[in-house]
Write a protein that binds this ligand. Structure first.
Ligand code: HOZ
Length: 426
């Protein structure tokens, strides 16, 4: 940690709990302190001490084009001059809604909110209202934001800090959240058999990224669709991370599943605060003002955020975009695998589109228990050495790294040089 970042942290901890506005940023699982960031451009991020890093956090997913993309920045500058918030509908919302529905044919209607948390929280309220049932089913190690009833056996920062069941969530509420084992349909069936008419919905990450990246095994998502249909529950796909990362159209396009509701965030806002939830018309029309299910937000559909989303999605639709993204991701992951093999360090690398996680284990990682069994101390050493060698990775084994369109062949080479140095005697 540089001198200026250290000074800023000292001030920040007196003013902001832990000095950070989102816990996983605090580097608690890897030691040292967070870098305070001053600027970013393309694939690079610069800390307050003017050190340059190749960035694989990408703001935890949104920066799929790289930082400060000239077309996005120029559209934003123009948008700011037209006013930054109206609290009234705009044409921009209609444009982004149309683009979203075209990208996700499972959705007939969409509503914009300001974060992924709001999207999942609202989708769950809607599912409960639509089915008239109170209980929900999620998976251990999946993370769907920090709404009360989703902070039960949660992944991401909650898993990183060892608070997967957060204090402050009333037991009366937590009892409505069932947890099944990811990639284990039997565990899902068992819960439905115990409560066949009580479960409103199954919520699942498109391709989990919050216990590190984990891929659905063959038939898992189809199985969830079948079980939810059989018991009259809704299937909610949380594609906040996977939405535009696995392809333009998300995990549901890759795994050809037709969920009832979908949650989006991150990329859809192009680096500004946007979330969205949408789905079948009959369900969405239960939302106020058409129906009685209340949901609202002063900054929902904010014109600046909509502008960033529209420009980002336009650029993502250009031919060759995803080929390039996936090739870069493959080059990084294959390179790491080869280096690890030579160094005799067992790793398993899970890749979902342009997201990946290097797990320090010799066993496949299919669920949260597998992820928890990894060598977390070795991960922490790897992280620290990579940072020293100019590569900024997510500071937790239970997170995904993100590749952007701005990462170049030279970035990949530099990254792999850093990996070689980091794996020596790891
Ligand atoms: N929930 C994010 C990771 N999955 C972290 C957000 C942040 O710290 O900015």
């Amino acid at each position: 940690m540089g001198k200026i970042s250290a000074q800023l942290l000292k001030k920040a901890v007196k003013l902001i709990p832990g000095g950070v506005n989102s816990p996983v940023r605090a580097f608690k699982a890897v030691g040292g302190g967070p870098l305070f960031i001053k600027r970013a451009r393309g694939s690079k991020i610069y800390d307050a001490d003017n050190r340059e890093y190749i960035d694989y956090i990408g703001s935890w997913g949104p920066m799929i084009l790289g930082h400060a993309h000239p077309r996005v920045s120029s559209a934003l500058k123009k948008a700011i001059d037209r006013g930054t918030s109206y609290g009234a509908p705009t044409e921009l919302e209609v444009i982004l809604a149309d683009m979203t529905l075209k990208a996700f044919p499972s959705m007939d209607m969409v509503r914009f909110v300001s974060s992924g948390t709001e999207a999942t929280m609202s989708a769950i309220r809607l599912a409960r209202a639509y089915t008239g049932r109170d209980n929900i089913l999620k998976f251990e190690g999946c993370y769907h934001g920090h709404a009360d009833d989703l902070l039960v056996k949660a992944g991401s920062g909650a898993a990183t800090l060892g608070v997967p069941d957060s204090p402050g969530v009333p037991a009366d509420l937590a009892k409505h959240t069932y947890n099944a084992i990811y990639n284990d349909l039997a565990s899902v069936r068992e819960l439905f058999e115990k409560d066949p008419e009580g479960i409103a919905c199954v919520i699942v990450e498109g391709a989990p990224g919050n216990m590190g990246v984990v891929l659905p095994s063959d038939g898992f998502i189809d199985g969830l669709r079948d079980i939810t249909k059989k018991y009259g529950a809704l299937l909610i796909m949380d594609e906040v991370m996977s939405g535009f990362r696995l392809c333009y159209g998300g995990a549901q396009k890759v795994y050809t599943v037709d969920p009832d509701l979908t949650c989006l965030g991150k990329v859809i806002g192009g680096g500004l605060p946007v979330g969205a939830f949408g789905g079948k018309r009959a369900i969405m029309e239960r939302l106020a003002p058409v129906g009685p299910v209340y949901q609202a937000g002063t900054l929902s559909g904010n014109p600046i955020a909509m502008t960033a989303g529209i420009e980002t999605l336009k650029l993502l639709q250009k031919k060759g975009t995803y080929d390039k993204l996936f090739k870069t991701t493959e080059a990084v992951c294959n390179g790491i695998e080869e280096i690890a093999k030579k160094a005799g360090v067992p790793v398993k690398i899970n890749v979902a589109g342009s997201m990946f996680t290097v797990f320090f284990t010799d066993r496949p990682v299919h669920n949260y228990q597998d992820a928890k069994g990894c060598d977390l101390a070795r991960f922490a050493r790897y992280f620290t050495r990579m940072l020293k060698n100019g590569v900024y990775l997510p500071p937790s084994q239970f997170e995904a790294a993100f590749v952007s369109m701005a990462h170049t062949g030279a970035d990949v080479e530099k990254t792999l040089e850093a990996v070689k140095k980091s794996f020596r005697g790891l």
